[in-house]
Design a protein around this ligand. Structure first.
Ligand SMILES: [Zn+2]
Length: 233
């Protein structure tokens, strides 16, 4: 007798599998992300939904509870910093979380086809894409190749920061996160409609590389996330 798929496992092991819920409402989805980030920050991750059994379950279909539109920075791995596993997060990453047509289409797929109730824009301190855009403006030179498209997509956020009198890099990053939230909703009537119907929310979160903690900097609908206090300490 053999069990296909058990090769490489731990013979005779009844290792407990850690399951985590997959909420279908925006507020519950947000709470799950915050809870997972707290575990990560505290050095007590559970690594839920990462075992072979769960892999087999989600092979039949996915129901991710959050879309993460994040920066590609190698230190910003969504499943790690939110302590989640397979089938939990629908992750779309570009340098500087710039949101072109393919990103918008990916978000719309998750929200309308998969029924994902939460969209998170995930930026971080010391973001290289934002720094590159700043340098481009400061020197009056545009980067070569397709990197220019990334820089061009960040420029509106720089102009907004300047208008608001913000000139520190992390303050600009937070403005860029909020700007990306607005861009998603302005460029995707499909997403805006899902939010208006109460089936989805969009939250901008800023991640601190050293601390590992996220905190919300923008939310639609307004007041969805508590913006004046960090989500994690
Ligand atoms: Zn970045």
């Amino acid at each position: 007798m053999s069990h296909i798929g058990s090769a490489g496992g731990q013979p005779g092991s009844q290792r407990a599998t850690d399951r985590a819920s997959t909420p279908s409402e925006p507020a519950l989805a947000y709470a799950e992300l915050v809870a997972g980030n707290r575990r990560f920050v505290g050095g007590a991750p559970r690594h839920p939904n990462q075992d072979a059994g769960h892999r087999a379950v989600v092979a039949d279909g996915q129901h991710p509870f959050a879309v993460i539109v994040g920066c590609s920075d190698s230190r910003l791995a969504a499943e790690i910093i939110f302590d989640r596993g397979l089938g939990d997060l629908f992750v779309v990453r570009t340098a500087g979380h710039t949101a072109g047509p393919e990103v918008l289409g990916s978000v719309e797929y998750a929200v309308t086809v998969l029924g994902t109730p939460l969209v998170v824009v995930l930026g971080h301190d010391l973001c290289g894409a934002v720094q590159a855009a700043r340098e481009s403006v400061a020197t009056g030179t545009a980067p070569s190749g397709h990197l220019r498209a990334v820089v061009d997509a960040v420029l509106p956020s720089l102009r907004r920061a300047e208008a608001e009198g913000v000139d520190d890099i992390d303050g600009i990053v937070d403005i860029h996160i909020a700007q990306t939230v607005e861009t998603l909703l302005a460029q995707s009537p499909v997403l805006a409609d899902e939010v208006a119907r109460g089936r989805c929310a969009v939250v901008g979160m800023s991640y601190r590389l050293a601390a590992g903690a996220v905190h919300p900097v923008a939310a639609v609908p307004a007041g969805f996330a508590t913006l004046d206090t960090p989500a994690t300490v």
